[in-house]
Ligand binder design. Structure first.
Ligand code: DGL
Length: 267
């Protein structure tokens, strides 16, 4: 048993989709969440900058004495060098491997689509992971630079035709490929799952990358005997690097519940 918190970070508030799943499957775990809202989006940054941001985010969570870290960001998960992860003294899960495993087992026709940020798709991490798991699977990967800024700045009900136009542009090649499974490779995208389904205009299995990482974290904590005790309700902590008021007003949309205020921090 280990009552220290599980740390979760993202470039912005999209990573709260992983927290939502963690809350559902591990209700006794205390969570420390960091959203680097000052520097979002990460998805258009170069690998060297992403390495620095990843180190800042990991070090912040380690300073909060976490027992486990979930990188709830496809962009960081796909770009962080192994040596950075090797230096982290607690176990770390990113979104790529759990998401690849879920997509490979979900597809029936062997055609998978993947959407994510430019840095994530550009890294080739999803494409390589799928090819390694099953070289016969066809993958259509699409970078979606417009989505994170749009999702970060609006509540879903306020998202207008701009997002549908962007989705039509990004999803048309995947629709045409015949994919029966679509990786939401960025943790912001589950928030627009309904719109994605509509534009795909077919029955596709959507793979939520943040939720997959959360499930992997659960398995790892169970396997290592480091789950928290099942008593009391945990007090979570939320940190952002800008605009804590916006967290208060929009975290319900990202989390599906209201869990209190965020504290402003620097990295
Ligand atoms: N949620 C992040 C991801 O999964 C968004 C990255 C960004 O800030 O562009 O990639």
């Amino acid at each position: 048993m280990d009552n220290r918190a599980v740390g979760v970070f993202d470039s912005g508030l999209g990573g709260l989709t992983a927290v939502r799943e963690l809350r559902r499957i591990l209700p006794h775990e205390k969570i420390v969440f960091l959203g680097d809202t000052l520097r979002v989006p990460y998805g258009t940054r170069d690998p060297e900058t992403l390495r620095q941001f990843a180190e800042d985010d990991l070090n912040f969570l380690l300073s909060k004495n976490v027992k486990y870290i979930v990188i709830a960001c496809g962009t960081v998960s796909s770009n962080v060098p192994e040596e950075v992860l090797d230096a982290v003294p607690v176990p770390v899960t990113g979104v790529i491997a759990p998401t690849v495993a879920a997509a490979v087992s979900a597809t029936k026709n062997g055609i998978i689509g993947a959407i994510a940020t430019p840095a994530c798709i550009g890294s080739g991490a999803y494409q390589r992971g799928i090819a390694k798991a099953d070289p016969s699977i066809k993958v259509t990967a699409q970078a979606c630079p417009k989505l994170v800024p749009l999702i970060e700045s609006f509540g879903v009900s306020e998202l207008g035709s701009e997002i549908d136009e962007a989705l039509e542009e990004y999803l048309a090649p995947i629709r045409d490929s015949g994919a029966d499974t679509l990786i939401l490779g960025c943790t912001h995208y589950p928030l627009i799952a309904d719109r994605i389904r509509k534009v795909m205009d077919r029955d596709v299995t959507l793979i939520d990358s943040g939720a997959q990482a959360a499930r992997t974290a659960k398995e790892a904590l169970e396997a290592s005997g480091t789950l928290a005790s099942r008593t009391g309700s945990p007090r979570h902590s939320f940190y952002v690097t800008s605009d804590p008021e916006r967290f208060t007003s929009s975290s319900g949309y990202f989390l599906g519940e209201t869990l209190g205020k965020a504290t402003l921090t620097t990295l």
